[in-house]
Design a protein around this ligand. Structure first.
Ligand code: PLP
Length: 308
């Protein structure tokens, strides 16, 4: 942009053009500019953004999403035809492979990233009157899962450089009611787990990582979701690894794994009897992943490295 085209003037011009279109005139933005009806901003063809009729710098099409392959089709059809719709083979296999991929001991596949977070908090015993520390810059689910447990989200502001939870502000937010801390690895950018975990350990507060946007992201050479008590992932359609809907909890803590499994499975323990404690959570239920999702994820995992 040249001297005369300040950011403010550019935004004004786009806003004006947009307003005229909004009034129902059938003109294109480019047409309006050519007719000289819009704004005073004098731009040459090369300076004009493509949106306003300038020359596009990229003439190809957007890559399609989701990416599908023959292997996806075969995996889903195989589970479908076998009548294997309830977690039995693909889901446990996915859990095993996803745990291994992320250097975690256990993985519990869930119906979504939201239910992965909700299950983690429920398994940790978060409930009415408790406080959970969250960053303000995140997807709504990080905060609403706290409210769904009738607990209070307490915001610790983001660091202005990283947009991630500012560890320097964490300790001041801790009270005797703090039951969990949820750092979010937004856009694959990993929160400062060294400092967050140090504060958490000092106060003996579990950390539930929200890695729903951080597939394959690492902290100190280890998967972002493998730090803390649990790490939660989403496989919703917009994420780098997806099955339409779906989620996963990673943990290295056997007791947390068993509690999460029971919480997401109507208080029932694993088929092999593991985690057979008498769980009474109250706000739990069915947050299981289906076999069709599990089969698709196993196939989709093959191209993850390239997409993430
Ligand atoms: C997507 C997302 C979630 C929730 O995942 P769903 O699978 O959509 O429920 C939670 N936190 C963050 C940061 C997300 O991006």
């Amino acid at each position: 942009m040249n001297r005369k085209t300040t950011r403010r003037r550019f935004l004004e011009s786009v806003g004006l053009a947009g307003a005229a279109v909004g009034l129902g005139r059938s003109r294109t933005l480019a047409g309006m500019l050519q007719e000289g009806k819009t704004p005073s901003v004098a731009m040459t063809e090369t300076e004009k953004p493509a949106l306003l009729g300038g020359k596009p710098v990229y003439s190809g099409t957007w890559p399609g999403w989701p990416r599908t392959s023959k292997s996806d089709e075969e995996a889903v059809m195989e589970a479908l035809r076998a009548g294997r719709w309830y977690r039995s083979r693909s889901v446990p296999e996915f859990e095993e492979k996803y745990a291994a991929l992320n250097q975690a001991k256990y993985c519990i596949a869930t119906s979504s990233g939201t239910t992965a977070l909700y299950t983690s908090l429920g398994a940790l015993g978060v409930g009415p009157g408790d406080e959970v520390i969250v960053p303000p810059y995140t997807f709504m689910a990080t905060v609403t899962v706290v409210l769904l447990h009738y607990a209070l989200p307490v915001f610790v502001d983001s660091n202005r450089e990283s947009f991630l939870m500012d560890p320097a502000k964490l300790e001041a937010a801790i009270t005797p009611r703090t039951k969990a801390i949820i750092p979010v690895h937004i856009g694959g950018n990993v929160a400062d787990m060294d400092r967050i975990l140090a504060v958490a350990e000092k106060h003996k507060i579990p950390v539930v990582g929200d890695a729903c946007q951080a597939h394959l992201a690492q902290w100190r050479g280890r998967s972002a979701g493998s730090w803390g008590t649990t790490g939660c992932y989403s496989f919703q359609l917009s994420k780098n690894l997806c099955s339409g809907e779906g989620g996963a909890i990673l943990t290295n803590d056997e007791a947390a794994a068993d509690a999460c499994f029971a919480f997401h499975n109507c208080c029932r323990h694993r088929p092999n009897g593991r985690g057979a404690a008498n769980y009474r959570f109250g706000r739990n239920g069915n947050f299981r992943m289906t076999e069709l999702q599990g089969a698709l994820l196993l196939s989709q995992m093959q191209g993850l490295e390239e997409r993430a």
